[in-house]
Design a protein around this ligand. Sequence first.
Ligand code: TRP
Length: 450
Amino acid sequence: MEKTSIHGMWSSRTAFILAATGSAVGLGNIWRFPYMTSDNGGGAFVLIYLACIAVVGLPILMSEILLGRYGRESPVNTLIGAVRDSRASRGWVGIGWIGIVAGVLILSFYSVVAGWTLHYSWLYLKQLFGGAGITDPAATFGALLASPLELSLWHALFMVLTVGVVALGVEKGLERAVRFLMPALFILLLVLVIYGATTGHLGQAATFLFNPDWSRVDGNTFLRAMGQAFFSLSLGMCTMMTYGAYLPKDISIPKVGVTVALADTGVALLAGLAIFPIVISFGLDPQGGGPGLIFTSLPLAFNAMPLGIFYGLLFFALLSVAAWTSSISLLEPATAYLVERGRMSRKRAASCVAGLCWLLGLASVLSLNHWSHIQLFGRDIMSFIELIANDLMLPLGGLLIALFTGWALRETVLRDQLTGMPQGLFTTWRWLLRIIAPVLVLAVLVSAVL
Ligand code: TRP
């Protein structure tokens, strides 16, 4: 009898791919990727990013899925089991704890930003039914950030949506949600790319995205591309490990890993192709970056274009959906852990974790207004939490996962999960995990600390 997870199982290969892609594709792809690309040499950044995905991201993604399927429990318990089987040091279980803490931290601010996207969807929905337009986008955005009440309510609504899915469990909640949401996301994105093509600036946007300008590349570009690869693929905090725990045994890990990595990268590129023609055609600066790019520049564009309100609604609905399927995956690992350890119902566990994240998110909310003067290491609270979680904990988690899989796990364990993988590829993968990925990730980590 195949060992299954007490939390449920993905019903098929497609279900897993949709869920894992739903986790990977989020604010990181649609907002952050285009902006990082524009600031880091366009096509050159894209090429380096693709290399990072292939050399560091994909091997670690496979490790996470493999570890999860091997243990079939939440990350902490999966690691406890793996350590026991391989007679490795108990210290490795720390990977699971890093994951839980990082997940709580990331979800706390992720939900705040996702709240902005809900707010904008609502603004456009109201406009569609005759409500007031966004005549001064900078003022509209400023007013939102200045209102702790509004920010925390949208943050709360987003958290409730996330709990709503996670509480229903793997098949009835997560799987059902992504089955509906991922195709919707993809269609929305295609519509926007097609619209972008009609502006006549698709070619310029493509040149901007794919034409490498090596003169703008320095050491930093590599670090940023690597950081983006981690965040975008949802690596380093055991999200993919948790999703792997629900993956049936007969499904090929390398194949689904490659599919998810390609889908994630494809959506990022599509997002760039959707956003840049619009930005360029309205004479806006594609180098602006930051939260402003989407929330203040795009509404200007939407105001000016035919059917702009409709496209504005589509765009922000798209972002909300993308953020939603990602936040589900941020909540699931800690929820699964609480269910396993405490005779706690899934509903209760998800609500507890989300409640904690919501409270913690209030610090990010306040850092945008009343507490904006509070600085930790030269950053406001929200950016500080982002720094700790994204730049330090994710690479650290990824590094340890690579080392643990590469050195501590027995080859028979790996081989049992990777039946059918050609020996050459298997060896390459193992050495990527043992040496190459750790060295590269360490470089990112050290630079983040310095
Ligand atoms: N990958 C998502 C994005 O691009 C965010 C995300 C979801 C994430 N789960 C994660 C990031 C786990 C790091 C770790 O927006």
